[in-house]
Design a binder for this molecule. Structure first.
Ligand SMILES: C[S@@+](CC[C@H](N)C(=O)[O-])C[C@H]1O[C@@H](n2cnc3c(N)ncnc32)[C@H](O)[C@@H]1O
Length: 401
């Protein structure tokens, strides 16, 4: 299939799936030739809805051209429009910067930053080849923003951060929008913040996402912990100042012992589990941490949540709908204090069900930079689940500075 036909087909499917909602984002995706930002691929192949790694260091992907559906979701969240001044942190191959340039038009300005000079050189060449020579491509550590072109109406990170940096807030115009993949106690969420008052941000839109993490000064010091058996990775509930790194040996002992199961009343799909219940538990309970199994490392039944219809065999983590009433979830208690922990978890599940099974999209996040907000400029709410209305819940990001 030709590149143009493949691009039209991709955009049509993003519109059908509700990822693209506005004519402006649709027009930008239809106009910018993604294949020119992926010159190593067959042109038609550049329009599959997948992220494409473009730089790998020691087996770890450090840069990629993002997945089109995620890019579309984020551009809808960003609400960039004609005349806006935009800073993108994480240029990669330059594709999203070209989309931003389409959205802001000739009266706007786009600056895109990357920490690696080889990526910046590649992005510059790609943008020139696609006719976007007006985009400014700069080498720099995005943790510091880019003061020379500030203030910005929009700042978009296309790389994950565990916190909101005061530099970004300081460089954001009043009423501007900061969009970033933010780690909220272990879950990465694409959060669009409105700059509502000096040093004060309130989320306007929250979606699940998965991005490579910031390197440089804003790199996350709290990496995942691998348990000694090599099968499990543990993600501490990072992104808040009360994060505890769990003891890997104690967790390994608990996960290899026999457990006792108790059913809890909660309907479940994979999305419910990750975007809903898991996030709710992480926000509500500072003792929460997430465990995930490495693919191909044998059976993983010990602490894996099981979601299955009442009359079916063990679930495999897929979407399930019970033919005979509500699907069933099981909490498994492991280790010496397992019963207490299971009781606590069952309470969290009940709280989530009682709140109407909210998802990431229902979370509201507030971030305050004390030094910019001035005297009395503290957070309006504490961290944790604080019901602000049916299906709405809050989390407060602690911002240094
Ligand atoms: C997912 S890629 C960006 C995708 C890109 N915007 C696109 O159009 O598809 C993330 C990028 O962030 C960059 N990055 C990582 N840490 C950075 C930092 N501290 N400052 C600037 N860029 C950084 C990486 O080098 C990588 O190119």
């Amino acid at each position: 299939m030709s590149a143009d036909r493949a691009r039209s087909a991709l955009v049509a499917s993003l519109v059908r799936d509700g990822r693209v909602r506005t004519p402006a984002v649709r027009a930008a995706l239809e106009t910018v030739p993604r294949h020119l930002f992926l010159p190593a691929l067959d042109p038609g192949g550049a329009y599959n809805d997948v992220a494409v790694p473009i730089k790998v260091d020691d087996g770890v992907t450090v840069s990629s051209v993002s997945q089109p559906s995620m890019v579309a979701i984020m551009l809808e969240q960003l609400e960039a429009g004609p005349g806006h001044r935009v800073l993108e942190i994480g240029a990669g191959a330059g594709w999203n910067a070209a989309l931003l340039a389409e959205l802001v038009g000739p009266d706007g300005a786009v600056t895109t930053l990357d920490i690696d000079d080889d990526l910046v050189a590649g992005a510059r060449a790609n943008l020139d080849a696609a006719g976007f020579d007006g985009v400014d491509v700069v080498v720099g550590d995005g943790a510091l923003g880019y003061p020379p072109a500030a203030p910005y109406d929009r700042i978009e990170l296309t790389v994950g951060s565990t916190g909101v940096r005061p530099e970004w807030v300081a460089q954001l115009a009043p009423g501007g929008r900061l969009l970033l993949p933010l780690t909220v106690r272990g879950s990465q969420l694409s959060v669009a913040f409105a700059h509502t008052a000096p040093g004060r941000l309130h989320s306007r839109s929250v979606r699940s996402c998965a991005f490579v993490r910031l390197r440089g000064e804003g790199a996350d010091p709290g990496a995942e912990v691998a348990l000694p058996d090599g099968r499990w990775r543990v993600q501490p509930a990072c992104g808040s100042d009360d994060a505890d790194v769990p003891d890997p040996r104690a967790l390994a002992r608990a996960t290899t012992g026999a457990g006792t199961d108790r059913p809890v009343a909660a309907a479940g799909t994979v999305a419910d589990l990750w975007d809903g219940l898991g996030l709710w538990c992480a926000v509500a309970d500072p003792g929460w941490c997430g465990c995930s199994a490495r693919p191909g490392r044998g059976r993983t039944g010990a602490v894996r949540p099981r979601w299955r219809p009442r009359d079916a065999g063990p679930g495999r983590g897929r979407r399930v709908r019970g033919a005979a009433g509500d699907p069933e979830a099981t909490v498994r208690a492991c280790g010496p204090d397992g019963d207490l922990a299971a009781e606590r978890l069952a309470g969290l599940v009940a709280g989530w069900v009682d709140a109407g099974r909210p998802h990431a999209a229902d979370l509201r996040i507030e971030a305050v930079v004390p030094s910019l907000a001035g005297p009395g400029g503290g957070a309006e709410r504490g961290s944790g689940v604080d019901r602000a209305g049916p299906g709405t819940w809050w989390w407060t990001a602690r911002v240094p500075g």
